[in-house]
Design a protein around this ligand. Structure first.
Ligand code: FES
Length: 119
């Protein structure tokens, strides 16, 4: 697959995501709080929701006592807008609840201010 500039770095603040076109495919470009860019197919693997309508958030960890949850990984999780499936941006789009499943992902590189996505 050919590579393509999908947006400028200035179009996405850390912690934001947006939809973009890569040829005929709709991709989700995400920027984590450390400033890195990631790209996935913009379609939930459950019932196909457009993930750009969801949110980037964090996750909770269970600290073993009932009700003792801690918020962590802020800005590293995509949450689907329809039924709440969560995907790990920094781990190839793996589902938090079922890590054997993941979103199709793309490679990303930045040149000057161009965010370039490719397979
Ligand atoms: S469509 Fe994404 S969780 Fe159902």
């Amino acid at each position: 697959m050919k590579e393509q500039v999908v947006c400028k770095t200035t179009e996405l603040e850390p912690g934001e995501m947006k939809a973009a076109n890569l040829g005929k495919q709709n991709v989700l470009v995400c920027r984590t709080l450390d400033g890195k860019f990631y790209a996935f197919l913009n379609q939930c693997n459950h019932q196909g929701a457009p993930l750009d309508k969801g949110m980037i958030c964090g996750a909770t960890t269970d600290k073993s006592k009932p009700g003792d949850y801690h918020y962590c990984r802020k800005g590293e999780i995509i949450r689907c807008p329809w039924h709440g499936r969560e995907f790990d941006i920094k781990d190839e789009g793996r589902m938090l609840a079922n890590p054997s499943k993941k979103l199709p992902s793309y490679k990303v590189r930045v040149e000057d201010e161009d965010v370039i996505v490719y397979k």
